[in-house]
Design a protein around this ligand. Sequence first.
Ligand code: UD1
Length: 429
Amino acid sequence: MEKIVVNGGTPLRGSVEISGMKNAALPIIYASILVQDKCVIENLPNVSDVSNSLDLLRAMGASIRSVGRNAVEIDCTDIRQGSAPYDLARKMRASYYLFGAELGRFHTAHAPLPGGCDFGVRPIDQHIKGFESLGAEVKIENGCIDINTPRGICGANIFFDVVSVGATINMMLAAALTPGLTTIDNPAKEPHIVDLANFLNTCGAQIRGAGTDMIKIRGVDHLHGCHYAIIPDMIEAGTYMIAAAATSGTVRINNVIPKHLESITAKLQEMGATVVEDDDFVIVSSAGSLCRTNIKTLPYPGFPTDMHPQMSVLLCAANGVSTVTEGVFETRFRYVDELRRMGASIKVNGRTAIIQGGGKLSPAPVRAVDLRAGVALVIAGLMTEGETEISDIQLIERGYDDIIGKLRNLGANIRKVYVSDAEELKKAN
Ligand code: UD1
């Protein structure tokens, strides 16, 4: 078992390069199923969700080769429909983009239901509603989804009842090659929705309005290959912004789109941290004394749910009582028990965490319960004097490119250790 050990209490200083956005890279990788040609995708983050997705496409018959640092060439000409291995697909949420991509390319889809972080019930009713509106018939059986189009497939109008990133992406994938006009009303507006539209349009798709209240997709006959670079990861950037403020440090965060960080920047400034923005970097610094605030996570451009646990950790260091209300998922509070082990004073009432800040955290063995919860514990460790040990770090590696190397460059005392099962057992006894 691998663990992260952090010896905290030192301010982070220096600069960090932000990698490509995981949540943009994943749909773009699956979108290459729609293209019977070579696509070169650059600025891919080196994270396990990306390598698992590439392995999954390889297992389905795609030809994939590395073409330089953080770039791959994907050719899905010979991909076999319905052949995704169950064990790989269930490792991540993003494998559900197979539904839309296979439906778009083959007019039929068969794929395992996805995995992903546990935030309570994660229904896919809006995805199904979208596919059915294009004329498809959808069945779920034996842990897999089966989508067929016995009466053909045709563009349609779809109104989503809830704003869903995954359903918006699946609809774009399904509609890009579907004859006629598809409109998506009430879509998600996240930067990765726009990035996917830009990728598909570079391949010859006709998608307009991504990032607005209505997306219009005019189906085309085929898509051609392209070269495309993924946008920077706003959640990775936001995580380093919070780590800088949490350790009373000064960090220059390079390769970002400051507009994507506005909601995070605004909250940090409200709390008393300094954020200086330029074209493609931000500098975050804090003199140490932060004040309380209230946060509600919302779809973009609201405060991102994927920054919720990191922000809760920062609020443990802010003077006064703060609240974090989860407005996207049913529940996202499994990290709270782990933080309490470190002495955090947090109560959860329904969808709101009430955080009594200002006290000091103390080091403890803790567990990453999901991706962002895991990185939040790394920040907690960085804030805390003494040795914090974090287990289940494979969850953090799903979404953070070289987190140990990047934090070490900023002066953190952090390392990855291998602990054998025998040592674990000895400790438990
Ligand atoms: C994606 C991201 C995840 C992020 C989330 C919200 C990926 C791989 N994952 O997840 O990191 O936290 O967006 O920004 O990109 N819902 C329904 N019915 C549906 C679909 C969703 O009710 O058919 C609900 C969900 O339960 C949730 C809300 O809509 O309450 C938002 O979910 P959604 O935007 O779909 O999140 P994901 O695409 O799963």
